[in-house]
Design a protein around this ligand. Structure first.
Ligand code: GTP
Ligand code: SPV
Ligand code: MN
Length: 586
């Protein structure tokens, strides 16, 4: 499909190494995709679901030991260890290549190698970057076809350039003891072996669009972030954009597609989804603002908890052209189910492992990290700007995590430098999105702990630098939808009602509303969060959600100091911000 000598040479080397029986170029045509779907169904790799209820939808089950990202087996292989930094696993690149070469050797014998040219970002746009993934998994090809822009148009756009990310993936034996997700940022290379699960194998997503791209962004002066992008349209038809970074399984997809509460719908407010997981941000010298694109083409969304109240837009998106992974199979009508979809679990069903399952057993039917892969263009609230090659101008950046206590519903940083500090001290309870993590709160700066492809101290510095280059930078906020009461129940209703907080944020960006200055930053006056139409939430609940507990924050400062002490390249500005916080709490 190409005469590009760089592609050909690399492909030859990789084929020599993995020794596939056949090599198939993915051109992205409908016929080719349909043929692959048929093949995957014929081998049992995927199950075709009810064509009337779920047209062109499939179910896939991964191996039981292969259900999430594996942070302890993810490596950043920069030449120097200190360039990977204190938060990443590191291996010497030559050592890692040698080690993995042994695992890849002959791994595709008897199998087909698929060559997937893909573009992160609109093909040929200023933001876009090209990758080629070699894989022996049809599931990967079909997912990449939904998640990224693939095929001939991409290889044509590459031309004879050597500037593409070289991704190699083999399922091998799905052996977790030999599972490796390795990144070579200095070589534009990703090698992934012994997994068949999402973030480990859809190399355009976390591996490229965050780990490799964050490194490229550092070198080239832009940011690759674990952020959703949404637009809020006011009754006058003006749209303002917000980018928000929450850790995995902490509400990005839900916020990105939110349906405004009735009181706002009646007034004419709308929310548009530009992206639900990854944002690439660049300074636009013309107006000094930060512009964001979503480099992906689809959603790899969390299934459990998705229902027609929490996220009707996501649910609607999954009604066609969708691949479901590790959910419940309803045998009665050949559809799917997951916890939190509705109150009627199917009686005649198989769980995510493929075993006969009944909800009365008390066991979960869907894996907590079960997912849907669906096309962004099938989302009812996809933004008209989704394919704008220039991106959308960002008014506010929002950080947030899962915190039962400590973090208030929302607060605003005092400026860019303080905002970078707020992002750097983020903590969140761990979730099922990665295997083998200890339960409890961990530091997850900017929701990028598992995804920063270089030294996180340098990453903070880069954030500070981007702020200096941006004449009109976004305002920076922090939110927490997950504060709990004494019974462990969430206090804030969340989901669509998060709009109430977003509107305060936008009002702050336009200087339309006041705030109270506290030790941690600006907090809304309780009256300024609109609770009209909210059951069981009073002004005093809001005041409670906004409270800043001095003792908890003093403990927090202690934790931040310990975390910061692990860095060798922490910018002095952040220590200054920490000192300011500590003094303000006194
Ligand atoms: P990744 O795809 O892993 O990066 O996750 P994400 O950040 O997109 O998370 P997602 O929106 O899929 O939400 C994960 C879980 O959090 C789901 O079970 C949701 O139901 C739940 N959730 C999302 N928003 C809220 C909220 O506002 N309040 C509460 N209580 N739960 C929420
Ligand atoms: C996440 O874990 O943040 C995800 C899913 O969005 S995965 O693609 O598996 O990383
Ligand atoms: Mn994610």
């Amino acid at each position: 499909m190409t005469n590009n000598i760089h592609v050909k040479k690399w492909l030859d080397e990789m084929a020599d190494l993995t020794n596939p029986d056949k090599i198939v170029w993915i051109d992205g045509s409908d016929e080719q995709i349909e043929a692959l779907e048929k093949e995957a169904v014929s081998t049992g790799e995927m199950l075709k679901l009810n064509e009337e209820k779920l047209p062109n939808c499939y179910l896939h089950r991964t191996a039981v030991n292969d259900v999430a990202r594996v942070e302890h087996r993810t490596f950043i292989c920069s030449k120097k260890k200190e360039d990977a930094g204190p938060t990443n696993n590191w291996m010497d690149p030559q050592e890692c290549y040698a080690k993995l070469r042994k695992l890849f050797k002959g791994s595709m014998k008897g199998r087909t190698m698929y060559v997937i040219p893909y573009s992160m970002g609109l093909v040929g746009s200023e933001f876009a970057k090209i990758g080629i993934e070699l894989t022996d998994s049809i599931y990967v090809v079909l997912n990449m076809n939904i998640m990224t822009r693939i095929g001939k148009k991409v290889i044509d756009a590459l031309g004879d350039s050597a500037d593409f990310v070289r991704g190699l993936h083999a399922k091998a034996d799905i052996d977790e003891e030999n599972r490796y997700i390795c990144h070579f940022p200095e070589d534009n290379t990703i090698w992934s072996i012994n997994s068949g699960y999402g973030g480990n194998v859809l190399l355009g997503k976390k591996c490229f669009a965050l780990r490799i791209a964050s490194y490229l962004g550092k070198t080239e002066g832009w940011l690759a972030e674990h952020m959703l992008i949404l637009g809020i349209e006011n009754p006058k038809g003006e749209v303002k954009y917000i980018a928000a970074a929450f850790p995995s399984l902490c509400g990005k997809t839900n916020l990105a597609m939110l349906i405004p509460p009735e009181i706002y719908q009646k007034k004419g407010y709308k929310v548009w989804c530009v992206g639900d997981d990854i944002a690439w941000l660049r300074v636009n010298p013309a107006d000094g603002r930060l512009y964001a694109v979503n480099p992906e083409y689809g959603f790899f969304g969390v299934a459990p908890g998705t229902n027609d109240k929490s996220n009707p837009n996501a649910l609607a998106t999954t009604k066609r052209d969708t691949i479901f992974t590790n959910v419940v199979h309803n045998l009665d009508d050949n559809t799917v189910w997951w916890e939190g979809l509705d109150k009627n679990p199917p009686k005649n069903a198989l769980d995510w492992k493929g075993n006969k399952w009944d909800a009365s057993s008390g066991e979960k039917g869907a894996h907590p990290n079960s997912r849907f892969t669906a096309k962004a263009i099938n989302c009812p609230c996809i933004s008209p700007e989704f394919e704008n090659p220039k991106g959308v101008p960002i008014s506010a950046i929002v950080f947030g995590g899962r915190r039962a206590k400590t973090a208030p519903l929302v607060y605003q940083s005092t400026g860019w430098q303080n905002g970078v500090f707020v992002g750097s001290i983020m903590g969140s309870e761990t979730t099922a999105a990665a295997s083998g993590l200890a339960a409890g709160v961990r530091h997850d700066p900017m929701a990028m702990l598992p995804f920063c492809g270089y030294n996180m101290g340098d990453y903070f510095k880069h954030w500070l630098d981007v702020g200096k280059k941006t004449a009109n930078p976004p305002k920076i906020f922090n939110v927490n939808w997950f504060r709990t009461d004494d019974d462990g129940k969430f206090i804030w209703p969340g989901f669509g009602d998060n709009m109430r907080v977003l509107l305060w944020i936008l009002d702050r960006c336009e200087d339309k509303v006041g705030a109270d200055k506290t030790a941690i930053g600006y907090i809304p006056k309780a009256d300024d969060i609109n609770i009209e139409g909210l059951d069981g939430i009073t002004k005093s609940t809001v005041a409670d959600l906004l409270s800043v507990d001095k003792e908890l924050w003093e403990a927090e400062v202690k934790g931040i100091k310990e975390f910061y002490a692990t860095f060798d390249r922490l910018p002095a500005e952040l220590n200054k911000e920490l000192e300011k916080l500590e003094n303000a709490l006194k």
